[in-house]
Design a protein around this ligand. Structure first.
Ligand SMILES: NC(=O)c1ccc[n+]([C@@H]2O[C@H](COP(=O)([O-])OP(=O)(O)OC[C@H]3O[C@@H](n4cnc5c(N)ncnc54)[C@H](O)[C@@H]3O)[C@@H](O)[C@H]2O)c1
Length: 253
């Protein structure tokens, strides 16, 4: 299916790397105007330049998604540049390791703020602007660890589970204002986030737990996001979309 998002304005947090970068390129290729928001401004600018070089329109912003002031500024600068907001993709995230006895309070707070509070802040400040345009779409990137926890990933598993149920709450609260809200749960995707995993450990993990052979690519997650943001998905809200090569189908090992 060829999806046309010409004229739509999308903000992608964490758009400077991995799934966010792939999504920024995919939304631009579908005709959208893209705001690439990233903690490191240089990474956002590099992706915005790629979009411009391909003939698209993009704005790079330095934003820390866990700070309300930054998120408010992100929405305001988007409206000032493009006239409104149609889609917000809450993609930025970190993935610290540790059980509850291992992880520090500071690391717990940082993970919950970046991975979960950011979704609250993004929705809180984007929805009023979307309503002015008759509606909009909020997408978030959780992960399969939000559905079933992973050993040694206490904060991340808790934050991503929170994103899934917050998605449902936003969907219920704002459906009558024309807002749709859905969440994507990728399995293991090759990105800078997972680059620290040695190839042999990755292959052993995938061979053991992922029924479909091969490694999920960031652009495959991006295509799902493009579909969910489009009018083709106009009756889909409050849902969790798993793209994991079959891991969540059941025990495979
Ligand atoms: N890669 C995977 O296997 C995988 C699996 C499941 C879920 N996810 C989720 O997908 C999302 C993207 O992951 P990725 O693999 O592309 O990671 P990545 O590390 O390649 O990209 C994440 C981007 O977010 C930015 N970022 C981090 N903290 C930020 C903050 N506080 N404010 C603004 N930007 C910030 C980083 O600078 C980076 O550009 C994350 O939410 C991650 O949890 C990834």
């Amino acid at each position: 299916m060829q999806i046309d998002l010409t004229g739509k304005v999308i903000i992608i947090t964490g758009g400077g790397s991995g799934i966010g970068r792939a999504s920024a390129l995919a939304f631009a290729a579908a005709g959208a105007r893209v705001v690439v928001a990233n903690r490191t401004l240089g990474k956002a600018e590099a992706v915005a330049s790629e979009i411009a070089a391909a003939g698209g329109e993009a704005l790079a912003l330095g934003v820390q998604v866990e700070h309300g002031e930054d998120v408010r500024r992100m929405i305001a600068e988007t409206v000032a540049r493009f006239g409104g907001v149609d889609v917000l993709f809450n993609n930025a995230g970190i993935s610290p390791s540790g059980s509850v006895t291992e992880i520090s309070e500071d690391d717990w707070d940082e993970c919950l703020n970046i991975d979960l509070k950011s979704v609250f802040l993004g929705a809180k400040y984007a929805i009023p602007e979307m309503v002015k345009r008759g509606g909009g779409v909020i997408l978030s990137n959780a992960g399969t660890f939000g559905i079933r926890a992973a050993k040694g990933k206490a904060a991340y598993s808790a934050a991503k589970a929170g994103v899934i149920n917050l998605t449902r709450a936003i969907a219920l609260d704002h459906a009558r204002e024309g807002i749709r809200c859905n969440v994507i749960c990728p399995g293991y995707v090759d990105t800078p986030l997972t680059a620290g995993v040695p190839d042999d450990a990755r292959d052993e993990f995938l061979g053991r737990y992922q029924p479909l052979p091969g490694v999920i690519r960031a652009d495959e997650i991006a295509q799902l996001a493009v579909y969910l943001a489009s009018d083709a998905a106009r009756m889909i809200t409050g849902q969790t979309f798993v793209l994991d090569g079959g891991q969540q189908a059941g025990l495979y090992a």
